[in-house]
Ligand binder design. Structure first.
Ligand code: FES
Length: 969
């Protein structure tokens, strides 16, 4: 029985409110129920802090206090910060500096900062980080947030900070000296935020909107905490869905009885495997046809990991749904388990997928879901002829994405009996196609809406809740809301493949002549992304140094652990971690300068990528060669900015408890999937000369809506504010494969550019008609006007009005699609400076610097945000983040207390420098930036650790215990 409600009176955002709350209800739940949707929920235990509000001026976690205790309190939520149309300086500064990415943590961050600035208008960097420390952010790296608070403080002191922008410099030629702004040497040891530094080649063409630090098009609504996320939406009669998960890592369901749950008042449906048809699918959101195996069903009679799906309920309140789950009786036959991928391949190991109806498993008896082999050249002969042969084995852990908005989905029937799925997804179009057969509805009766997304990083490139939520709506005919708990994010969503990476490298002189990579990928209980992640790992891991003789052998293995899936870095970061360490080990062994050795071998412009045909993504690829690279300049700039060689010399022979180290790694990634990814874009002209840009591309907080609008605005000669972006809705926006594979800027941007060029041609043609000018191609489109060589002009608004209402009436509108036979790699040099406490093993990272070539930088502020955020996730991967399981497959750290991600106060100086190049196949010369940012931190810290201590550590994360053990070995 739920207790009766009581009334409380509180002042919320300066307004007296009376709320009816239940005695056990948290302030968080009560505020959201009262439509203060800026207050977010991100965890189950108060550890994430995105629910922070101000109570009597102090930041408190609203999930940790009861609403009944708030009688008489003064509560401030983000909705209360702006007055009429006037934003608080903190909101303005967060928008201007790019401190807002997905925006899910923004309310808590801004309110935490407000509490600080209310009593301290001159905060230090440390004080700001301490204030922000309670609210986790997974997107940003906190750099711009700290900057934003400093700027807001200045505004509140009555100062007028200069407009926020990057630092622009001309890229020197090879024989010219390099002038870096003094701050980028970090000689004072501070970690104050620096704006991104952008180097531009002298001959790069000028642009008006592209390349400018435009404020994100969605920044204002996120800064105001408007109801823009999936869950900020209520429907009459909405029921709450909940998922019963398996307590066992491997078991057969012998009996399941939901009768007591169904009899509970307020329960509208309970579904088990007995209630739905058995239809096999693969949950990874990938292009049609998805790579095998199709090894899942929505609800099964067997469970394969703790957290696997058992049953779902729909009830009138979350509390009743929870009670109903407890009433479902399940008899399990517990089966033997295996959690180690090497043991899983043994003949004696338990068989995880013994069902007869899964196709596409390479060797089900040995749990090997995929076995991949690819080779170029003559590897055996090259090894036989090599002067030296080196080998190394490297291990990387399972990492959780920890997007702060959990998976959440709302399904309902619309007035035309079509099923609407409002969901936090990276792949709305794939979801529509994938869910259709599971719920027995044709695609045409399904509409998927993607609102703002609170981060994804690959974990929302999966069908996680949509099928279950839809099945409950089908069963009840009512709207259903389902959301994962934070624990379920760890046990029942996806994670990064743990890898065992064995490299063998042959060297003659200073040249790598042969390489062999044997990779074991642990895909957990299901094979979503099993093939593609590990193929990408093999391709990138053997192409960075591109030896002419290379072999890739890979086993992707099932274990009784939560399934792995897509995660930023996508196999490439794991394999580049291995090869980068081994390359430095080799250089050290042979007495070579490490950067020279790498330079002599890394992939260069004009070179064919030897494995590009053999290792596509889940299939044969296409021949590719490198058309642009700024890696040489990236390394040069980074070496100078860190004073690398001098520091290395000074570290030689150091003694004592605290030892310093500096490390470097070079990395490459890709831009989309060659010859597979497709995106389309639609542009439509309005009466006032503005344009609607309709895109299926999925902005997860990355800023892709903004940079795609910048591309359109650049072509059309208009300011960014004249482009109204809408993404994504399968009914209204054209197809896009979704946000993954670092494809949005390159592929979706290509589609936007093509559509804009078509629109431009239509505008010129109509303007020629209006001006009675014979040759449209001689007209110029700039500053919202079309200008003839003789000086006559018409405005875009006049063109729009004429074309819609007067002459040759038609809608100026275009849709264009784009694919590419290439996936041009961005390249980067990552630097890390650390201090190692040799007694405790603790690593204190003092500075991370990434110097990145991502082609033309479309927006330096959003691009820098991507790099800072990626480095921060990689810092967690390198130092603390590892999903742990006991021998029974029980998770040991499925929460944000035991699983530690970086907080604001723990961050080192985090600097970004761009070296612009002109990628001929990219829109305005752009390549991708989102994923390369995560690839280099772990190997750079490994390199620094060796510099500090002389010890090579070949397994991340470098926890204090692990480092201490290695140092004392
Ligand atoms: Fe902080 Fe996304 S912007 S979690």
């Amino acid at each position: 029985m739920e207790s009766p409600n009581v009334e409380i009176t509180a002042t919320i955002n300066n307004v007296h409110r009376t709320l009816s709350v239940s005695p056990d209800e948290s302030l968080l739940a009560a505020l959201r129920r009262a439509s203060y949707f800026s207050v977010k929920a991100g965890c189950d235990d108060g550890s994430c802090g995105v629910c922070i509000v101000l109570v009597n001026g102090k930041p408190v976690r609203s999930c940790k206090i009861k609403a009944v205790d708030m009688n008489g309190a003064a509560i401030t939520t983000l909705e209360g910060l702006s007055q009429d149309d006037n934003l608080h300086p903190l909101q303005v500064a967060f928008m201007n500096t790019g401190a807002i990415q997905c925006g899910f943590c923004t309310p808590a961050q801004i309110l935490s900062a407000k509490a600080l600035l209310d009593h301290n208008l001159n905060p230090t960097d440390d004080e700001i980080r301490k204030a922000l420390n309670g609210a986790l952010c997974r997107c940003t790296g906190y750099v711009r947030g700290v900057d934003a608070v400093q700027r807001a403080a200045a505004m509140l002191r009555g100062e007028k900070p200069a407009p926020y922008t990057h630092i622009a410099q001309i890229l020197p030629e090879e024989d010219e000296s390099l002038d870096l702004p003094e701050a980028f040497y970090r000689r004072d040891g501070s970690r104050n935020p620096l704006p991104p530094l952008v180097f531009t080649p002298r001959d790069m063409s000028q642009t008006q909107v592209v390349g400018k630090p435009e404020i994100k098009v969605d920044a204002r609504k996120l800064a105001e905490g408007r109801p823009v996320f999936t869950d900020d939406f209520r429907l009459e009669g909405m029921l709450y869905g909940a998922l019963l998960t398996s307590p066992h890592a491997h078991a057969r369901i012998l009996r399941i009885d939901a009768s007591k749950a169904r009899a509970l008042p307020g329960v509208h449906a309970v579904l088990t495997h007995e209630d739905i048809p058995r239809i096999k699918y693969a949950s990874g959101g990938q292009s049609y046809p998805q790579p095998p195996p199709y090894d899942q069903v929505s609800l099964d009679d067997k469970v394969r990991h703790v957290g696997d799906r058992v049953a779902v309920v729909a009830a009138e309140t979350p509390g009743i749904a929870k009670q109903a789950l407890a009433l479902i009786e399940v008899d399990y036959e517990v089966l033997p388990i295996v959690v180690d991928p090497e043991q899983a391949m043994q003949e004696s190991a338990p068989v995880i997928h013994d069902e007869p109806d899964t196709e596409g498993i390479h060797d089900a008896q040995r749990n090997i879901v995929h076995h991949i082999e690819a080779e170029v050249g003559n590897v055996n002969q090259a090894f036989a002829e090599a002067e030296h042969v080196f080998e190394g084995t490297y291990r990387t852990p399972r990492q959780q994405h920890v997007h702060l908005e959990p998976h959440v989905c709302i399904t309902y029937w619309d007035e035309d009996d079509r099923l609407v799925i409002r969901t936090s997804t990276q792949v709305p179009f794939h979801i529509r196609r994938m869910v259709a057969p599971l719920i027995d509805l044709p695609v045409k009766r399904i509409r998927v809406i993607k609102p703002r997304i609170g981060g994804g990083f690959g974990n929302k490139q999966e069908m996680i809740l949509e099928d279950l939520c839809a099945l409950l709506t089908l069963a009840t005919r009512q709207p259903i809301r389902m959301e994962y708990t934070r624990t379920q994010e760890f046990t029942s969503s996806r994670n990064r493949h743990a890898n065992i990476i064995h490299y063998k490298v042959g060297v003659t002189g200073d040249r790598v002549t042969a390489a062999n990579l044997y990779l074991i990928g642990d895909t957990g209980a299901y094979g979503a992304h099993a093939l593609t992640v590990n193929m990408v790992g093999g391709f990138k891991g053997l192409t960075l140094y591109n030896p002419p003789n290379a072999r890739f052998v890979c086993d992707v293995v099932y274990t009784n652990t939560p399934p792995a899936g897509a995660f930023r870095g996508y196999g490439a970061m794991q394999c580049q971690y291995g090869i980068e360490i081994l390359m430095e080990e080799i250089a050290t062994e042979l007495g070579l300068n490490v950067s020279d050795f790498k330079r002599n071998n890394w992939l260069k412009i004009g070179e064919n990528m030897h494995l590009s045909k053999a290792l596509g993504e889940g299939r044969e690829g296409t021949e590719q060669s490198l058309l642009s690279s700024g890696l040489e300049q990236c390394v040069r700039i980074g070496l100078q900015a860190t004073d690398f060689e001098a520091k290395r010399r000074s570290h030689r022979g150091q003694r004592g408890r605290y030892c310093r180290g500096i490390g470097m790694a070079v990395v490459m990634h890709g831009s989309g999937i060659a010859d597979l990814d497709m995106a389309a874009a639609t542009l439509k002209m309005n009466d006032d000369g503005s344009f609607n840009l309709l895109i299926g591309a999925t902005d997860l907080g990355t800023g892709s809506d903004t940079i795609l609008a910048q591309i359109a605005a650049e072509v059309l000669g208009i300011p960014l504010k004249d482009v109204i972006v809408y993404s994504s809705d399968t009914d209204f926006t054209p197809f896009d494969k979704g946000a993954y594979a670092s494809s949005t800027t390159y592929i979706s941007g290509g589609a936007v550019r093509k559509a804009a060029l078509q629109i431009k041609a239509m505008i010129l043609e109509h303007a020629a008609l209006m001006l009675d000018y014979p040759e449209p191609s001689n007209l110029k489109l700039e500053d919202r006007r079309v200008i003839a060589p003789d000086g006559r002009l018409v405005t875009l608004s006049e063109v729009a009005l004429s074309s819609l209402h007067q002459q040759n009436q038609h809608q100026i509108m275009a849709t264009a699609s784009h694919t590419s036979p290439l996936s041009p790699p961005p390249t980067a040099a990552q630097f890390a400076e650390i201090v190692v406490d040799t007694e405790t093993g603790h690593i204190d990272v003092e500075r991370l610097l990434m110097v990145v070539d991502c082609g033309r930088v479309i927006n330096p502020i959003t691009a820098a945000g991507q790099v800072e955020g990626g480095m921060t996730q990689a810092l967690g991967f390198a130092l603390t983040e590892e999903m742990l399981f006991d021998q029974d497959g029980q998770p040991l750290n499925p929460n944000l207390v035991k699983y530690h991600i970086p907080r604001a106060a723990e961050m080192p100086a985090t600097d970004v420098i761009f070296v612009q190049t002109n990628e001929p196949s990219g829109p305005f010369g752009a390549k991708s930036v989102a994923e390369i940012s995560i690839d280099g931190v772990a190997p750079a810290i490994a390199s620094a650790l060796h510099d500090a201590t002389g010890v090579w550590m070949r397994e991340v994360p470098y926890t204090s215990e692990r480092v201490k053990a290695a140092l004392h070995e």
